[in-house]
Design a binder for this molecule. Structure first.
Ligand SMILES: [Zn+2]
Ligand SMILES: [Zn+2]
Length: 637
């Protein structure tokens, strides 16, 4: 694929980095150096563990190479010549494998700048001097070809921009991002813990973090009730057979925890001396009855005959729930439905488990267990459009309340040239049009992306921009024709005949874990009062006003305010500093004068010193700020 000019610039920078690497470390074995969304990297195999100081030296060398104004020159050659050149340069360890990746019949090209020559399809800027604004940023471990079985290489990250100003702005944003890193803030503010004894990727929500999550759930829950959703609860596990019917097992086996096998089945397997390989086959297997039912309903060979095993050989077991849909489907299917009952909207903050590689785990944003803000809507085909609009309206309300009004939407449509899709073409046309129309009602930018639909229906994805301009992909809304067929769902229409409902899956914020992670970074830990784990800190100037503090503490607690009293014996300045570090929205300073007048001297985290107010006035103001879920406005209220 052709590179954009910015990618070309950044990719050229990675060649210059490789040139510098070989000047400083002639033994370095190079792998690859592509551009990325934010810059570029080069993977290198080097016995010496690179340090921050080495990056400074490498960067200085890169500047020299840029100043040398070397042209990038393309050379094509035969496979044999290419292999000889790579070997002559001592780069056969990785480059020969990369050469083998190039399909027969495709051009094999090298690009040379100065003394350095690299196997590369291109493209590049014309001269190294075009690189005027670049920076090396960090070093990380990266497995060759991303495979844990391979050697871990050193990945050097850098970035480049057309101008020095753009680079400076980018570096400033990175600095901001570091300060806002939810893993750091999570630790500092004691919001969540990940403990190796519990397991990587499994979040322990501390009391403070739980407040934020609970407040968000309350808020979203209120909006759901307004929109006519019903709340349900379902267990964290389900029988294997359920997921064989839905198709989640074994198709997504790679991203799921291994099933929990029933004790009796396990004992039988041991007794029979069953091998592990055999066990896997028997776990994946289905009964003839299940296969026949699914194949008949889907009208094709959804479950192939080679997966069928006699009932006695099937393994019974449970899966940690990878998705909530099958459980909600069973609730829908537990009762007959008339068209008058539709849509049925079942919502659950449902916890699911996915197997992520340990290298992929990251704070709250990539985890192995998470709670989706999930819901499934069962509706008629005519209702799809209105229901999609409802889902989008909910997202808009929540994002606006959180001060995240800057977002865009992607509409995933089917690939017109593919026949992998379930459901009739005319249903698809209608559903795709319904998605488009629903998105138009939002009045935000959206793109249509053919080929990005799920095989079972079109979808809408949300991408939110935070205060420092970073984009976060949140959740999706998806139309589904497939699961209603696989589970043989129906409703009785006005014509008294049985019809198939359409399902909409929606988890607009993805998961509570991920969403809270994004929110921590968005607010930089400075939550608005309604979300703040501690809303008010009472700070008596001395022991003399401690009793006054205790009486305010009791009154605020009675009002449901999350408040604490600083009873430490240190100086006022230290107490105020502590409240600041804890990012408490309001610190109330209680001196003799305040106690006398039943007043408080207010320090707002967002607006600074707000002077003195009668306590009752402050309490009323705070109450309305919390109830209206106001943002921490910098201006005086
Ligand atoms: Zn290149
Ligand atoms: Zn679902």
């Amino acid at each position: 694929m052709a590179m954009t000019p910015l990618e070309e610039l950044r990719h050229s920078a990675s060649h210059i980095l490789a040139t510098a690497l070989l000047r400083l470390y002639p033994d370095a074995k190079l792998d690859i150096g592509p551009p990325t969304d934010m810059g570029f990297y080069y993977d290198v195999d080097l016995d010496h563990a690179l340090t921050a100081d080495d990056l400074v030296r490498l960067e200085a060398e890169m500047k020299k190479i840029a100043d040398e104004n070397q042209p990038f020159v393309r050379r094509e050659m035969s496979r044999a010549e290419a292999a000889a050149l790579i070997t002559e340069r001592g780069q056969e360890r990785y480059k020969l494998g990369r050469l083998a990746d190039i399909p027969e019949g495709e051009a094999i090209s090298f690009y040379q700048n100065g003394e350095f020559i690299d196997l590369c399809a291109g493209t590049h800027v014309r001269y190294t001097s075009k690189l005027k604004a670049f920076k090396l940023l960090s070093i990380a471990g990266a497995y060759h070809r991303g495979d844990e079985k391979n050697k871990q290489l050193q990945r050097i990250y850098g970035t480049a921009f057309p101008t020095k100003d753009e680079l400076a702005q980018h570096l400033e944003r990175l600095e901001q991002a570091k300060l806002r890193d939810h893993r750091k803030l999570g630790r500092d503010l004691k919001l969540f813990v990940i403990d190796d004894d519990v397991g990587p990727g499994l979040i322990l929500w501390t009391p403070a973090g739980s407040v934020i999550r609970q407040e968000l759930q309350n808020f979203i829950g209120e909006e759901l009730r307004k929109q006519g959703y019903s709340q349900v609860f379902t267990p964290h596990i389900g029988k294997l057979e359920l997921y064989k019917t839905s198709g989640h097992f074994p198709y997504y086996k790679e991203s799921q925890f291994t099933p929990v096998i029933e004790n009796e089945s396990l004992a039988k397997l041991l007794h029979e001396g069953c091998s592990c390989a055999e066990m896997v086959v028997r776990l994946d297997a289905v009964s003839a009855h299940l296969a026949a039912a699914v194949n008949q309903r889907t009208g094709r060979e959804t479950i192939s005959p080679d997966r069928i095993r006699p009932d006695a050989e099937l393994l019974n077991g449970f899966m940690l729930k990878p998705m909530n849909c099958p459980h909600h489907i069973k609730i829908y299917a537990s009762q007959p439905h008339s068209y008058r009952d539709l849509p049925v909207r079942l919502a659950e903050f449902g916890t699911v488990y996915r197997w992520e590689q340990s290298g992929e785990l990251n704070g709250l944003t990539r985890v192995r267990g998470f709670t989706q803000d999930d819901a499934h809507l069962f509706c008629t085909e005519e209702q799809v459009g209105a229901e999609m609009q409802g889902c989008l309206a909910l997202v808009k309300t929540v994002l606006t309340t959180l001060g995240m009004s800057d977002y865009r939407v992607r509409v995933g449509l089917r690939d017109p040239d593919s026949n992998k899709y379930t459901g009739a073409a005319e249903h698809w046309d209608k559903a795709e049009e319904a998605c488009r129309q629903a998105v138009r009602t939002l009045g935000v930018a959206f793109t249509e992306e053919p080929g990005e639909a799920a095989f079972y229906g079109p979808k809408i994805d949300f991408v939110v921009k935070d205060v420092i301009g970073r984009e976060w992909q949140l959740g999706t809304v998806q139309v589904d024709y497939n699961l209603p067929i696989r589970f043989d769902l129906s409703y009785i229409g006005a014509d008294n005949q049985a019809h198939r409902p359409v399902m909409i899956h929606r988890a607009p914020f993805g998961s509570m874990e991920r969403f809270c992670g994004v929110l921590i970074e968005h607010f930089g830990g400075d939550f608005p009062a309604w979300l703040a784990p501690e809303q008010v800190r009472l700070v008596p100037i001395s022991d003399k006003t401690l009793d006054y503090g205790r009486s305010l503490l009791a009154q605020l607690k009675a009002d449901g305010v999350r408040v604490s009293l600083d009873e430490h014996n240190d100086k006022l300045g230290a107490k105020i500093r502590r409240a600041e570090l804890d990012k408490v929205p309001y610190t109330l300073i209680l001196g003799g004068k305040e106690a006398e007048a039943q007043a408080v001297s207010i320090r707002s985290r967002a607006r600074g010193d707000e002077g003195t107010l009668p306590f009752a006035d402050f309490a009323a103001r705070l109450k309305s700020e919390i109830q209206s879920r106001a943002l921490a406005d910098k201006k005086k209220i």
